[in-house]
Design a protein around this ligand. Structure first.
Ligand code: UD1
Ligand code: MG
Length: 461
């Protein structure tokens, strides 16, 4: 059946106490709404309408690259029923419409498929969940035959002191799927006769029962966590934790060794080859790929990087926008910045920073050094404290260090400059002119010694 989706995202999210609209609050590095939308995408809906209101422009801007989305503005925000009526306007009759909130980020595509498979012209499908503490949620009221007859909001049950309803533990997840044409008509009949003076989407359930639609219910396989909504920073942190653990378990199921699955954070996509081992407290952001047998030490932050097979990243490294070749050894305390492209067996040691530079096979920079805008040949040995002076205050220039060069400690290579193949640069040199292959170049003050020199003495008063 043709399926369309309405995502309710107009609410203020007052309890977040934040300037940022609730659906833009990040979970695992992505806005909450992005998670719901990812789950929805698996249904291949013919239309996805996001109902925006509070912070509408910000929400739209955050998803402006998504050509598949339509935004509908709800102003003022008169409740979930009103929001759905706004969202259904651009959707054509004939199919079914799935409704969900933009603040239930852990909902699984499988659950949405299961739910939407139940809905058709004559069936209203409702996702419910049995929870230990249903406080705040709408309650699913069934008749003696077990059929759903209505949903009663927590606040309304309280106002009516309706203890029987308050005692129901089956709650409304606010995720439902209905025949579009019927839903459109039902939404026009909603009235704000309730404790919150709003148009409740949940009131369409009683209408469906009266109209003789079948109300089919199903539950999420993932239980309460899957349908948990985020209303404040405490719930946000709890879901972050749950989501990270799900990702950690997925990695372990694929054979990745995590020294402690509670101490890894993946804010994006981490793809791993076989026998990868990751020590504690590592953060992965964006798209990260680790080849077979890669080992990542403790406390590394790795973003948008590809690390080839057998490479070892020692603890405390920061890697961003870099590629690391096979069997390379990085760190501890190394920083690889965007455009660092390291070939096979490159060694980058402690307190070495590499930016926008290529290092060919077997090149080494083991201590306290900077390589920026450099092209480094095979087997180069780049000494401790050496730096490329790549920036003249206005423009960046390249340094070319050809194969088998040795750069001594504490050298400054003032770009643009080329160090010819096999050459040696004496420690402490400031190199401003290119050097010939095979040459030893020393550019520093000559050493002078004065024998038996006496230090000045203090004159006594
Ligand atoms: C809603 C349900 C409740 C259910 C609960 C599950 C109703 C009346 N109640 O209550 O039965 O148990 O979700 O979490 O539907 N929104 C708009 N426009 C509005 C109001 C809300 O877009 O005018 C959006 C919000 O941004 C949010 C979603 O709709 O994403 C749900 O609204 P919220 O106020 O959180 O409803 P709940 O009180 O949680
Ligand atoms: Mg809510």
């Amino acid at each position: 059946m043709d399926i369309s989706v309405i995502v309710l995202a107009a609410g203020k999210g007052t309890r977040m106490k934040s300037r940022l609209p609730k659906v833009l609050q990040p979970l695992a590095g992505r806005p909450l709404l992005a998670h719901s939308l990812a789950a929805v995408a698996a249904l291949k809906p013919s239309k996805t309408v996001v109902v925006v209101g509070h912070g509408a422009d910000e929400v739209k801007a955050a998803f402006s690259s998504r050509g598949d989305l339509e935004f509908a503005l709800q102003s003022p925000q008169n409740g979930t029923g009103h929001a759905t009526a706004v969202g259904i306007a651009p959707i054509a009759d004939g199919g079914i419409t799935l409704i969900l909130s933009g603040d239930t980020p852990l909902i699984q595509p499988k659950t949405l498929s299961k739910l939407s498979a139940l809905a058709n012209e004559k069936t209203f499908a409702l996702l419910t969940c049995h929870v230990a503490d249903p406080t705040g949620y709408g309650r699913i009221v069934r008749n003696d035959a077990g059929e759903v007859v209505k949903i009663v909001e927590h606040k309304d049950a309280l106002a009516a002191n309706d203890q029987a309803t308050l005692a129901i533990h089956e709650m409304n997840t606010a995720i439902m799927c209905a025949p579009t044409a019927w839903l459109r008509r039902a939404l026009t009949k909603l009235e704000p006769k309730n404790a919150q003076g709003e148009l409740y989407l949940t009131d369409v359930i009683a209408m469906a029962a009266v109209d003789g639609l079948k109300i089919a219910t199903t539950q999420p396989d993932g239980g309460e966590t899957e349908i948990a909504g985020v209303n404040d920073k405490i719930q946000l942190a709890a879901l972050e934790c749950a989501f990270q653990h799900q990702q950690a378990e997925a990695l372990m199921r694929d054979g990745v060794t995590l020294i402690d699955p509670h101490r890894i954070d993946i804010r994006g996509t981490l793809s791993c080859g076989s026998d990868v081992e990751i020590d504690v407290n590592c953060v992965f952001e964006g798209e990260v790929t680790l080849g077979d047998n890669v080992r990542i030490g403790a406390n590394c932050v790795i973003k948008d990087a590809t690390i080839a097979a057998n490479a070892v990243i020692h603890p405390m490294c920061h890697i961003d926008g870099a590629t690391v070749g096979e069997s390379a050894i990085i760190g501890p305390f190394a920083r690889l910045r965007p455009g660092a492209a390291l070939a096979e067996a490159v060694h980058i040691g402690n307190f070495v920073e590499v930016k926008n530079s290529t290092l060919a096979k077997g090149a080494k920079a083991n201590h306290l050094a900077y390589l920026g805008d450099a092209t480094v040949g095979e087997r180069v040995n780049y000494g401790a404290g050496a730096i490329t002076a790549n920036y003249d205050g206005a423009n960046k220039h390249r340094t070319i260090i050809e194969a088998d060069v040795h750069v001594g400690s504490n050298c400054v290579l003032v770009a643009p400059v080329t160090i010819g193949a096999g050459g040696t640069v004496g420690g402490g040199s400031t190199i401003t002119k290119s050097t010939e292959p095979g040459a030893l170049t020393v550019a520093r003050g000559k050493q002078l010694s004065i024998p038996n020199w006496k230090r000045p003495l203090k004159t006594s008063k």
